[in-house]
Design a protein around this ligand. Structure first.
Ligand code: MAN
Length: 356
């Protein structure tokens, strides 16, 4: 078994589908995954993606979608229907249209120790609304800038997959700014510090023909309207990140530059984590990249689940020792887990890039 540099929590998985109650009667929680992470009122909080569907009956696939009036509709398709393509557990195609097999919303959990999380109650669930979120909202990055939290999440519908933005300061009232990066785009994280008075964000457009699933950076005067897009990281042929790359949470400021953790997947859908270093004054400039993954799915809760062989992060918390970063991650698209990394150790594994 290949070794990585993640110090996994002994309590992993921290959260499993059975630990929370479904949001709607008649649905079950199939996956808890990919949490955003932040500190608020002296506690560690996760904004967890909760993926739900009806209990599956024999020879049928069924999943909920959100109707324009906000109600849910359950779609049921016989598994032997010749118009159904269902080779991926996450997505299906039926009569030429794409659907997700689960419907995701975002749920707040908090913790005193960063290990044991509970439902704080009296905080709202964040659910998909309107025709750009009919298949749900997912994988939220939470960035704190001044006293505001910027929530960037994947908004999914039959129209495509894009990035939505909400801003809050009390986690009870949310200003919605609609879709800030249109399809196909996801994996957006807004930097927590402005650079030369501009906001920056990672995002991940996908180009099906020329180009690929690459990490891009954009700038903004206000954190809402984005421009000057530049591609900063591409997939590497025949490598662990050959099929797709996407940013995790906002980068971490170090004395060497801005350190960002990213996920990469190969053609077999194995998802690992790696790291890149960007110039602190010009973050479109890639300085260095790790070669081998810093985290590889190896534990049983990472290799077996809704989609095995997946570690995926979009949230981390810096510890006070200023070297440890606790990475919260989705394992096998089914569980929420955590692992500590030493920032110095990640920096020591970076290999300088030559400008291309
Ligand atoms: C991919 C996977 C799924 C996700 C969809 C839509 O297929 O990441 O988990 O639901 O994209 O974002």
């Amino acid at each position: 078994m290949k070794k990585d540099i993640a110090k996994r929590f002994a309590a992993n998985p921290l959260l499993s589908p059975k630990d929370l109650k479904p949001s709607i009667k008649g649905l079950e929680i199939t996956c808890l995954l990919n949490p955003g992470a932040f500190r608020y009122e002296g506690k560690t909080w996760l904004l967890v993606r909760v993926a739900e569907r009806p209990v599956q009956k024999e020879n049928l696939i069924s999943f909920p979608i959100i109707k324009p009036n906000g109600d849910y509709e359950i779609i049921e398709i016989a598994t032997n229907d010749p118009a159904l393509k269902n080779s991926d557990p996450r997505v299906i195609n039926y009569k030429g249209a794409d659907y997700l097999t689960t419907l995701s919303h975002l749920r707040l959990l908090c913790s005193e120790d960063g290990i044991h999380f509970y439902d704080p109650e009296s905080y709202p669930l964040l659910t998909g609304k309107g025709k750009l979120e009919a298949f749900g909202i997912e994988d939220c990055r939470v960035s704190q800038i001044d006293n505001k939290y910027y929530l960037t999440f994947t908004a999914v519908s039959g129209n495509g997959v894009g990035v939505g933005l909400k801003i809050t300061s009390d986690w009870k009232n949310f200003a919605s700014h609609g879709m800030i990066f249109p399809p196909h785009n996801k994996d957006c994280a807004i930097f927590e510090e402005k650079i030369n008075n501009k906001f920056y964000a990672f995002h991940r457009p996908s180009s099906p023909e020329i180009g690929g699933n690459y990490i891009w950076i954009a700038e903004s005067p206000d954190g809402i309207h984005w421009g000057n897009h530049q591609c900063i990281l591409r997939t590497r042929q025949d490598n662990w990140d050959s099929a797709r790359v996407g940013a995790g949470a906002a980068p971490i400021k170090t004395d060497k530059g801005l350190l960002a953790i990213y996920h990469g997947a190969n053609k077999q859908h194995q998802y690992c984590l790696g790291a890149i270093l960007l110039d602190a004054n010009d973050p479109a400039k890639l300085l260095a990249q790790t070669d081998a993954p810093i985290m590889i799915p190896t534990e049983e809760y990472e290799t077996k689940g809704f989609l095995g062989n997946v570690v995926f992060t979009n949230g981390h918390i810096l510890k006070e020792d200023s070297d440890t970063v606790t990475v919260y991650y989705g394992a096998a698209d089914e569980y929420v887990c955590a692992a500590d990394f030493s920032i110095k150790e990640i920096l020591s594994l970076l290999i300088p890039c030559h400008a291309n």
